[in-house]
Write a protein that binds this ligand. Structure first.
Ligand code: TXA
Ligand code: MG
Length: 336
């Protein structure tokens, strides 16, 4: 089975929706990264998503909806949840809520009594979900452990022949996965950083939101709150080393054959053109947008065997960027 390329037009959206209804897996665009869609109420279809990704069964999936009214049959939507949805949806926030009894498949929740729900900021995808008439599961469309895909070409790279189709709506805008907030904990708790920051959430809820991502890392046999965060993630095959922009001059002097650099336009302006490089653009937003694409690009360059990537200031979106880069590097940093 060759994976079909569908474009963002009404005929192709209808075909994507029909494939979802038929129990097939279709990759879809969002503003964060591409996802792998399948009917969340069809266990065989959900199982096919785990198989295509090579994802462990204890890592639950996000239920992705076209509009918030699709949710009431499945989860308990509290006042706090409604406040967040009104402010941030459609957009880069995933909310963990209690499920209604027996309303969501154990395959989707990984056996938990909670489910993650999200409404992405992409018109084509929301139209597809509404036409399919069912929520879809929506993990990132990469092979488990690899950087998330930010273009349809990345999806083809990982999923060709494994899924029915990709709905192509060009490159994604945010480039990092959504923020995950748990509203089932005693206090609202961030389980994964993303474009919606702790500060933004705290303002809307009018109470302190806990950053649950800064806790010590978990041992393999511990159960983390967001099961997905225990796995090595976002990593290309080649080693990634994080550098502080203040160390750039020292780094330049220590570069060797086969080293590649991912850095801001400003830093790259000073770098010899013979060194393989990937621009992270002018600011934090462009760095986030281009991070995963750069990691994937160098993974496919035969002459590159090590990737140096620039750290960003550790606030707001910078926290999400540094978190993904930290996981890609396995904690390796450039030091003198
Ligand atoms: O931006 C995104 O969220 C993308 C796009 C495609 O929507 N999707 C995405 O899905 O990143 P995924 O499956 O790669 O990441 C979802 C994260 C995982 O870390 C998972 O463990 C966690 O959410 N999660 C899902 N259900 C959960 C639950 N009931 N309780 C706690 N964590 C949950
Ligand atoms: Mg993922």
């Amino acid at each position: 089975m060759k994976t079909k390329d569908l474009q963002n037009n009404s005929i192709d959206i209808a075909e994507a929706a029909a494939l979802i209804q038929a129990g097939e897996v279709v990759a879809f665009p969002t503003e964060t990264v591409y996802g792998l869609g399948a009917d969340a109420t069809n266990d065989e279809a959900v199982q096919a998503v785990f198989t295509a990704k090579g994802r462990p069964a204890d890592n639950p999936l996000i239920m992705t909806v076209g509009d918030a009214s699709q949710l009431s049959a499945y989860v308990e939507v509290s006042h706090q949840a409604r406040q967040l949805m009104n402010t941030f949806w459609p957009g880069s926030l995933t909310i963990i809520l209690p499920i209604k009894e027996n309303a969501v498949s154990m395959l989707v929740t990984g056996g938990l009594q909670t489910a993650a729900v999200r409404m992405p900021d992409n018109q084509a995808t929301r139209a597809m979900i509404r036409q399919a008439g069912t929520p879809i599961v929506g993990p990132s469309a990469n092979l488990s452990g690899k950087p998330s895909p930010t273009t349809a070409a990345h999806v083809h790279h990982d999923m060709d022949g494994k899924i029915a189709a990709v709905l192509d709506d060009g490159p994604t805008q945010v480039g990092l996965e959504s923020t995950v907030i748990d509203l089932t904990a005693a206090e609202p708790t961030i389980l994964r950083t993303g474009a919606v920051s702790q500060k933004m959430l705290t303002v809307v809820l009018g109470k302190q939101v806990i950053d649950g991502t800064s806790q010590k890392s978990l041992a393999a046999d511990e159960t983390p709150k967001a099961p997905g965060m225990k796995y090595r993630h976002y990593a290309p095959d080649k080693p990634v080393i994080v550098f502080d922009p203040l160390d750039f001059n020292d780094l330049k002097e220590s570069l060797q054959e086969g080293d590649a650099i991912m850095a801001s336009e400003e830093l790259l302006a000073d770098l010899s053109k013979t060194i393989p490089s990937w621009s992270l653009g002018a600011d934090l937003a462009s760095a986030s947008e281009n991070l995963f694409a750069g990691l994937r690009y160098f993974d496919d360059q035969g002459e590159v065997n090590k990737i140096y990537a620039q750290a960003m200031p550790d606030i707001d979106l910078g926290k999400a960027y540094n978190n993904r880069l930290g996981k890609a590097s396995g904690g390796q940093r450039f030091t003198l």
